[in-house]
Design a protein around this ligand. Structure first.
Ligand code: SF4
Length: 283
């Protein structure tokens, strides 16, 4: 029997015995589950007051304004509630960014905007990595392995990506990795335009919170959706494009490399070009 239940029974016994003036009793507040603590800290009066901190780039990390969100997101109050709350906050250090991403991930986990994807997914695949990363990777959508494990780029394509990361002298933990979609399209088909539009709010949120200096778009789907481009990745690679404060480089998706080994040398050229901008000469 819990302490509070025993207390109620004792009080009922006192009342039935004719004692009418009982003291006011305040029952103990329920203890939040550990996983909910960060989210609850961001809500209501207990949310920490933030003085618009400045991030490592010298600019504030802030979410996109509502008019830059997907057009139909205003019709989704269940999801918009979280985003609107986040809009009012700034994220100046790794801890604050991790908190913001955690809250956004909660909203994604509940999202059912894309009916087919929500009905067929095992779980949402939000993103992984360093919340305060200088480099962000954006892929296409979760595949079967990602859907099973809940993490982007973990299958054969992910292993190839890990080799590319290592060859560049980087570590996966230094990078933030996400996709255009957070749910697996059945049969690994390409995302439908409406699905990409539905999920854009979350991608924008992740980019705004992490505030990377560089973004790599892996594959045509990632490049076209992030940049609003119509050109294929073969026409977009070999240059830096701009998205907000971030410099964007586009290259082939690791899945494409698994089917077209000859394209590996092109990706390596792209990575040398990319790393040179970071001050690293890969020869
Ligand atoms: S793909 Fe994105 S918008 Fe669509 S249901 Fe999944 S989380 Fe929601």
């Amino acid at each position: 029997m819990t302490d509070s239940r025993a207390l109620r029974q004792y009080m009922n016994l006192m009342t039935s015995s004719g004692i009418s003036h009982l003291p006011t009793v305040t029952l103990p507040k329920p203890v939040a589950a550990p996983g909910k603590v960060l989210a609850s800290r961001l809500k209501g009066a207990n949310a920490p007051t933030r003085r618009a901190p400045v991030n490592k780039t010298g600019s504030q990390s802030r979410l996109m304004s509502p008019d830059r969100l997907a057009p139909n997101s205003a019709q989704r109050p269940d999801v918009m509630e979280t985003t609107q709350s986040l809009l009012e906050q700034t994220f100046g250090n790794a801890e604050q960014k991790a908190e913001g991403l955690s809250r956004l991930a909660d909203s994604v986990a509940a999202c059912k905007r894309c009916t087919e994807l929500a009905d067929t997914r095992r779980q949402t695949v939000f993103g992984v990595g360093n919340a305060d990363a200088d480099i962000m990777f954006v892929g296409e959508a979760p595949g079967a392995d990602e859907d099973r494990q809940g993490e982007p780029f973990v299958g054969a394509a992910g292993q190839l990506m890990d080799k590319i990361i290592t060859a560049c002298g980087l570590k996966r933990e230094e990078i933030y990795i996400c996709n255009i979609l957070r749910c697996r399209p059945p049969g690994n088909r390409n995302p439908h335009p409406q699905e990409a539009a539905n999920c854009r709010e979350f991608l924008d949120g992740q980019i705004s919170i992490v505030a990377p200096k560089h973004i790599i778009c892996w594959g045509t789907v990632a490049a076209q959706n992030l940049l609003g481009e119509t050109r294929p990745v073969g026409r977009l690679r070999g240059q830096f494009l701009q998205h907000g404060d971030a410099k964007v480089m586009c290259t082939y998706h690791p899945s494409y490399l698994l089917r077209n080994a000859s394209a590996k040398k092109l990706v390596w050229e792209d990575m040398k070009f990319f790393m040179k901008d970071l001050g690293v000469d890969l020869g």
